[in-house]
Design a protein around this ligand. Structure first.
Ligand code: PEP
Ligand code: CO
Length: 494
């Protein structure tokens, strides 16, 4: 088993094991680990190649500038988040944000949730001290428990199968709920703006909401909302592909007829043929734990295990790109991950921080433009991961990890401007958000301050935008896109 790639070296789902790895995992119980991996290797795929190819075709449209990508969800999804209410709240929020972005950018919006598998976290420090006791840091529910207990913080292999089961349960409800109309355009959505303190800002958002509602009403009046393609909304799933043992066990070989690879949207050609069923078509490996996986900013070394694993899977993939990425590494990485230069295969998820984006993004854009990969990548802005900071409450003395809404917005706005000024297209945003009314990021129209952080701070990893902040960000981005669209169409006319 294995396939030869353009760069000549053999790839197989396990070839990453011969490379150095960072953020690797040591289990005490090797037998239990082997048992978990054997079990996972037999369980059915969570997503199908046809769905993955469909996403790839949609991302191709994003790379070409014809669509916009919205990706969002928790930093660390917990097994406990697998509830009807939490799943519904996140799906509705993503749908609502996408309607706002469609209105702003006049483009189709591709939706990917950080959901149904976002269980593994890279950590800057493997150990931490809680109440004077040294223990492993929490590395995500797929590895250990967030409970501050030395034993529960020790990685346990049974969690690998638990992670699969929680992904499956989440995905099952996602599919069922979407298929039953949860995200239909006639489903009720909460557009209330009572929390917006500034009345002129509130009036501005209200105009946007009214325009969107008028459009939806019109679709309803003429019966278009019951057209098949408006009834069910596509929502793809994604997570960081950090735990390569888990990903390998769910990576499967398929032989798909070549026609499926280019026009994957027709159900009539939908085949999930396994490698054994046809001898004439080439074998392709798909990671079937999610439609889309990304490599984190800490694990994208050219010669290491994660890059090795990712170069062999046919899924569309993301690469986090932070300030530590030299522009000279970017093209070699693209050469490895996308040797055939498929358009839309790679999403570059840039995350520098508001003060640093102007220093790094232009060089990264120019490097791609000057390479054979020009025009093939999707550029996505992650305005979250470069903007973390600590805040200490003056009254309680408690310290929280937070992010300022204004920094998030600033990085996004700068990304739009920089891409535009270089003749590049910002194809999407990548956000950490939740459908719950949490108090983790400061700022936004509700006026959350550092003193509010302890009201409902529930994240076990990075601070997320709450539902109101996330929707507000969509309003603001829609405003930027609209200006761009209007200026762009003026330009076309002259
Ligand atoms: C994340 O997306 O939660 C994450 C850890 O990001 P990065 O790899 O960019 O730091
Ligand atoms: Co995060």
């Amino acid at each position: 088993m294995g396939s030869t790639h353009m760069n000549g070296t053999k790839w197989s789902p396990s070839s990453w094991k011969s490379k150095p790895i960072v953020q690797g995992v040591e289990y005490d119980d090797q037998k239990a680990f082997d048992g978990a991996i054997t079990k996972l290797s037999k369980l059915p795929p969570l997503v199908t190649p046809l769905e993955i190819v469909k996403l790839k075709n949609e991302l191709r449209e994003v790379a070409l500038g014809n669509a916009f990508l919205l990706q969002g969800g928790d930093c660390a999804e917990l097994f406990d988040y697998c509830t009807q209410d939490m799943i519904e709240a996140k799906v509705k929020l993503l749908l609502q944000m996408s309607l706002v972005l469609i209105y702003g950018g006049k483009k189709k919006v591709v939706r990917i949730a950080r959901m149904a598998g976002q269980f593994a976290k890279p950590r800057s420090s493997p150990m931490e001290t809680v109440n004077g006791v040294q223990m492993n840091s929490f590395r995500g529910d797929i590895l250990n428990s967030y409970e501050p207990d030395v034993k529960l913080r020790t990685p346990h292999p049974s969690r690998l199968v638990d992670a699969y089961m929680h992904s499956a349960a989440t995905l099952n409800y996602l599919r069922a709920a979407l298929g039953s109309g949860l995200a239909d355009l006639h489903a009720p959505l909460d557009w209330s703006l009572g929390h917006v303190l500034d009345s002129s800002v509130r009036a501005k958002y209200q105009r946007l909401v009214s325009s969107i509602q008028d459009t939806l009403d019109m679709l309803r009046t003429i019966g278009l909302d019951s057209a098949r393609n408006l009834e069910t909304v596509d929502l793809f799933t994604s997570h960081e592909g950090l735990l390569l043992g888990y990903e390998q066990a769910l990576t499967r070989a398929f032989r798909l007829p070549p026609s499926t690879l280019t026009s994957a949207t027709s159900r009539h050609h939908s085949h999930n043929r396994r490698a054994s069923t046809s001898a004439s078509t080439p074998t392709t490996y798909y990671a079937t734990s999610a439609h889309f996986l990304w490599i984190g900013d800490r694990t994208r070394q050219l010669t290491h295990a994660h890059t090795e694993f990712f170069r062999g899977i046919a899924n569309p993939i993301g690469v986090k790109v932070g300030p530590s990425m030299p522009a000279s590494d970017l093209i070699p990485l693209l050469d490895i991950l996308n040797p055939t230069r498929e358009v839309g295969k790679i999403v570059l998820i840039t995350r520098y921080g508001a003060p640093l984006i102007a220093k790094h993004l232009p060089d990264h854009i120019r490097a791609v433009q000057a390479s054979p990969h020009a025009g093939t990548v999707v550029w996505q802005c992650d305005p979250m991961h470069g903007n973390g900071r600590n805040a200490t409450s003056e009254t309680s003395g408690q310290t929280f990890k937070t992010r300022r809404f204004s920094d998030i917005l600033s990085e996004l706005q700068q990304a739009l401007q920089i891409h535009r000024s270089l003749g590049s297209y910002l194809g999407g945003v990548h956000l950490e958000l939740t459908g719950e009314a949490v108090t983790e990021c400061v700022g936004g129209a509700e006026g959350l301050t550092e003193e509010h952080l302890n009201t409902n701070y529930t994240t076990f990893c990075d601070p997320r935008l709450n539902e109101k902040q996330a929707l507000e960000l969509a309003f603001l981005v829609a405003g930027f896109l609209r200006e761009e669209y209007e200026e762009g169409s003026d330009g076309d006319a002259s």
